[in-house]
Write a protein that binds this ligand. Sequence first.
Ligand SMILES: [Zn+2]
Length: 174
Amino acid sequence: MSNAPEPRFIVDNNVAKLARWLRIMGYDAISFKGGDDRRMIDLALGGGRVLVTRDRQIMKRRVIASGRLKAILIEQEWSQYQLRQLVRTMNLKDAGAFSLCVECNRTLLPRRREEVEDLVPPHVYRTHTQYMQCPSCRRVYWQGSHWAAMRRRIEESGWNRDGDTPVRKEDGEG
Ligand SMILES: [Zn+2]
C-alpha cells in the first residue's frame, strides 16, 4: 500500500512491464503473477484497482462487460506502444513520478547522503546529494542518467503532454 493517487492498478502477467512504468509515473500498481483470472479479478474488485491486461477473454467476463470492474485491454504488442495506449486511455499525468519503488510498489523515503554512502557507487556518492530508499527492498534511488532516460520515455508516451499542472485531490473535486 502507498499514498499514490488514483487510479490504482493491477497488471496482468502478459503486460508485466507496464506495472513498472506505472510505478515510475507514481501510480500504485501491483503485478499479478498467477494464472488464476478469478483471483486477479477478486483482487482488482477488493482493492478498487483498474485491471490492465492483453487477454481478450477476460474482457468478456460479465463483471467487466457490465462495467462493474474497469479494465483496459492493451492491444499493442510493443512495450513503448503499450505504454502510450495506457497513458492516453487513462489520461495519466505526473502523479508524483519517482516516488514509488519500481520493484515493490512501496513509497520511497528520503535519505541523507551519509546514510547511503555504503549502498551506492563512489562516483554517485560524489556527484549526488539527494537520495530515496525503498523501506522494503532497501534499494536506493537517485536522479541519475537512467532516471532522465525513463522520464524521456514516459514523456514520449504522451504523459503530461499538454503541460497541465497535476490536480491534487485537495484542489479538485469535492
Ligand atoms: Zn523496493
